[in-house]
Design a binder for this molecule. Structure first.
Ligand code: 8YV
Length: 312
């Protein structure tokens, strides 16, 4: 029946087309502003993305809602508590992006430590021929790798670390029983031990600004920080101050506070590598994420449990 599936925003071609054609999804962005007022009571499934989210106010206006199927592994923009209170199931798109995000973390790490972006500019701008050799950079293999957030992406990063002969330790809410890596009970201790700190935890209030000035100080003047999680996890003002004071060796950021865009101080720093939130952005992985949203919506419509529910 019309209106059973409401899609809040475009997700991507491999989601949008089948959602409309097979699931009869209503694309909200093409509807009259009063669509929810008139048809909200018919909506049983919402398809959305972490970019668009789904807040408590909207959940309240959809009395027949049974499931929220969201694109993206992060779901900090979905009010899961409001959904759970009404027995509404919520799914995200985990697993399928782990490898691409971990690959990208590695790319950012190598680009930052080995100064690949600056070196590329050095050649392009003719400095190689005019000035000769390029300044020395920092070794990656064999160094100590600290990971904040040993979830699925964190584990994929850790496995790559083993390939670079690195010792790996981690911090998170809880120690994991099934990994060979040492748990550091505090982030500050992890940063003090590590040469490199990679942020791979989720966003939201629980992880807000966990990487603060003392953590940066513990990582130290030759330390390297990489963030492929959420910009909210790093205190960005403290980061800018640490860089300006020479208290950090280098920083690679795929995620920032207040996306899109980056503050002038970060854009000007040669110690910083910046990318526009593209960790998962390969054609392969984005397609898989889109198809997983559709598969979750199909399961919801069939009255089955969602394939990839968010953790309780
Ligand atoms: C998206 C992500 O690239 O899955 C997530 O949670 O952060 C990424 O896959 C991002 O949401 C794009 O804005």
């Amino acid at each position: 029946s019309a209106g059973r599936v409401l899609q809040l925003a475009p997700i991507g071609p491999q989601a949008d087309a089948p959602l409309a054609a097979e699931c009869g999804a209503i694309p909200l962005w093409t509807c009259d502003p009063d669509w929810i007022e008139r048809h909200g009571h018919e909506v049983e499934v919402v398809a959305t993305s972490v970019r668009r989210g789904c807040d408590a106010a909207l959940v309240e206006r959809l009395p027949a809602l049974r499931a929220i199927c969201s694109w993206g592994v992060g779901y900090e923009t979905i009010d899961v508590a409001a959904a759970a209170a009404r027995g509404i199931a919520v799914s995200n798109t985990p697993d399928v992006l782990d490898d691409c995000v971990a690959d990208f973390a590695w790319g950012l790490l190598l680009a930052t430590a080995r100064r690949i972006v600056v070196a590329d500019r050095y050649v392009r701008e003719g400095h190689w021929t005019q000035l000769g050799g390029f300044p020395l950079s920092t070794r990656v293999s064999g160094k100590r790798l600290g990971i904040l957030g040993l979830g699925r992406i964190g584990r994929a990063i850790a496995r790559r670390g083993s390939g670079f002969d690195m010792e790996v330790r981690y911090h998170g809410r809880t120690a994991k029983a099934d990994v060979p890596y040492l748990y550091e009970p505090t982030l500050r201790d992890l940063a003090r031990w590590a040469d490199i700190l990679i942020v791979a935890c989720q966003g939201g209030p629980e992880t807000s600004r966990l990487v603060d000035a003392p953590v940066m100080e513990a990582l130290g003047p030759t330390g390297i920080l990489v963030n492929i999680g959420r910009g909210s996890v790093v205190d960005q003002d403290a980061l800018i101050r640490a860089l300006e004071a020479g208290l950090l060796g280098g920083v690679g950021l795929d995620v920032l506070e207040n996306e899109p865009g980056a503050p002038e101080a970060l854009r000007q720093s040669e110690r910083v590598v910046l990318t526009p939130h593209v960790g998962s952005a390969t054609a392969d992985t984005r397609g898989a994420m889109e198809r997983l949203v559709v598969d979750n919506v199909r399961a919801a419509l069939a009255g089955k449990p969602l394939l990839t529910p968010v953790p309780a």
